[in-house]
Design a protein around this ligand. Structure first.
Ligand code: HEM
Length: 501
């Protein structure tokens, strides 16, 4: 090829690519929807692609750059997607018109375990959600409380031993041990010994799931450009094998029959005995098969969705109490008052009366929204009520859960940790759907009540026994790790713990 032919070829390729990008990236302009200017290939999420910034941060920045817009048009790679800002429109998508936005449409890097409740779509999700909901009824939760209390006891004994030997403590490492112990006991009926076993294999799994290596990072980047790619590649065989083997072992130990623990595994074994799960439809029934692999998928998601999120929340809560001693004292008094009414006990009934502690939990989830972006996928073309914007079937819809909780319009002085934001009169003043730590509507967090009960039992017992204070290593300006899925401080959350006299 001569130099001229080569040059001509190069120009043709570049012009073709330019025209292709121009067409792709004029989608929102043609619809009259405002949004940031995209870059070729990566669209509006360069920093997220390069893992210089977490995705929730990029979405939050865009949320705050278009304060007058109800809807913002963006591009994930070449794919147009939409960010909803307006609380009424958010309510429509998550609640009122939720049947049109039933799928989440997210990809995960865990390969074959994607048949789980979080990632599955359509009829499969509907049946699983219906059958798994009974795991989290009030009665089931109440039954699980004694098991959680045993974990709390081990947690308190562990901290008691620690305070004699150490001056400073990293909170996330501490609370992770507790939430791991709880999920191990409640979901799998296993005593994981997280407090004594530093090399715990479950802990190692969490690192595998939540910290991406360069291969999974590259695949995540490519998946944004070629959506669905992740589903074609089984990236983490070790994670899959671990959960499949775990499920086999628990089922074998229980001799393939439900035990009297009535935990998650019992419910799954009951479903396995039925063989197929069915759901009545208007015309006929739909069904899915329940085998050990399907159980492993659900076991994986309960572990993955439950453990890290709850540990992060508890660690940020204790960190804020360490640097806000007045709020800590008010919380302590609230705990003591509720205990007085229940023979000095911290149990399912007394935590229900700890109103201030509950406000502290909500405020923690506001300031540190551990899941910062909510996703939905349009199941058909949809016109947002009161606008002339119509999106086609299949488009991804994003909601900046971390953005609306930092919006001074809804939460005055949003950087201040202020549990009074959750006084009934202040909640009433706000529009709906601006505080969404657990999502909303039929696809919200199935473990929400479980998460609250385990955090409140653990935190109340901890604060009854110990006091937290800043230490020399405590950072007042936290920097967050852009590479983790759940929000995490880069340098850890260091504090001093002492016994209450
Ligand atoms: C503080 C703790 C937790 C937080 C902040 C949290 C947050 C969330 C959020 C934001 C979603 C997405 C909701 C949506 O799209 O509307 C979600 C979904 C989910 N969470 Fe949680 N979660 C927590 C604890 C748990 C626990 C303890 C479990 C299980 C034991 C759990 C299991 C799940 C599952 C299975 C889903 C997917 C539900 C579905 O798609 O039907 N989560 N969670």
């Amino acid at each position: 090829m001569s130099l001229y032919t080569g040059l001509a070829f190069f120009i043709v390729i570049c012009s073709g690519f330019y025209l292709f990008c121009k067409k792709k990236y004029s989608y929102w302009k043609n619809k009259g929807v405002k949004g940031p200017t995209p870059l070729p290939i990566v669209g509006n999420f360069l920093k997220a692609f390069l893992q210089k910034e977490a995705l929730y941060n990029s979405v939050q920045d865009i949320y705050f750059s278009y304060t007058n817009e109800k809807l913002i048009g963006v591009y994930r790679g070449f794919e147009p997607a939409i960010i909803i800002r307006d609380p009424e429109l958010i309510k429509n998508v998550l609640i009122k018109d939720s049947y049109l936005f039933q799928d989440r449409g997210v990809s995960t890097t865990t390969g074959a375990l994607t048949d789980n409740l979080f990632a599955s779509n359509g009829e499969k999700w509907k049946i699983m959600r219906q059958k798994l909901t009974p795991v989290f009824t009030s009665k089931k939760l109440k039954d699980m409380v004694p098991v959680i209390q045993q974990c709390v006891q081990r947690f308190i004994e562990y901290v008691d031993h620690l305070v004699d030997n150490n001056i400073e403590h990293e909170l996330k490492a501490l609370t992770s041990k507790y939430t791991l112990e709880v999920i191990g006991s409640c979901a799998f009926g296993l005593d994981l010994n997280t407090f004594t076993d530093e090399e715990n294999v479950f802990n190692h799994m969490a690192t595998c799931i939540f910290t991406r290596n360069w291969i999974t990072r590259a695949i995540v980047v490519l998946d944004m450009i070629i959506p669905g790619l992740i589903y074609q590649i089984e990236t983490r065989k070790d994670i899959r094998d671990f959960f499949v083997n775990l499920v086999h072992k628990v089922i074998e130990d229980r001799k393939e029959k439900p035990s009297d623990r009535k935990d998650f595994m019992d419910l799954m074994i009951e479903m396995r005995e039925e063989g197929k799960l069915t759901r009545k439809l208007e015309h006929g029934v739909s069904e899915i098969e329940i085998n050990d692999y399907m159980i492993a998928c659900q076991a994986f998601v309960f572990y993955a969705a439950g453990f890290e999120t709850s540990a992060a929340t508890m660690s940020f809560l204790l960190y804020e109490l360490a640097i806000n001693s007045d709020i800590q004292e008010r919380t302590y008094k609230d705990i003591c008052q509720a205990m007085e009414k229940y023979n000095g006990e911290i149990n399912y009934d007394s935590i229900k009366e700890m109103n201030y502690l509950e406000m502290v939990v909500s405020e923690t989830l506001r300031k540190y929204t551990v899941v910062g972006v909510l996703f939905r996928k349009a199941m058909s073309s949809y016109t947002f009520p009161g606008t002339n914007v119509t999106i086609p079937k299949g488009m991804t819809v994003m909601i900046s859960a971390s953005g609306s909780t930092k919006n001074p319009e809804y939460f005055p002085n949003p950087q201040k940790f202020n549990p009074d934001n959750f006084l009934p009169e202040n909640i009433q003043r706000r529009p709906p759907c601006v505080h969404l730590p657990f999502g909303e509507g039929p696809r919200n967090c199935i473990g929400m009540r479980f998460a609250k009960v385990q955090s409140m039992l653990g935190t109340a017992t901890f604060l009854k026994n110990f006091k937290v204070e800043p230490s020399a290593k405590t950072e007042l300006e936290l920097k967050f790790n852009p590479k983790t899925v759940v929000i995490q401080s880069i340098n850890g959350l260091w504090i001093k713990i002492s016994r209450r006299k």
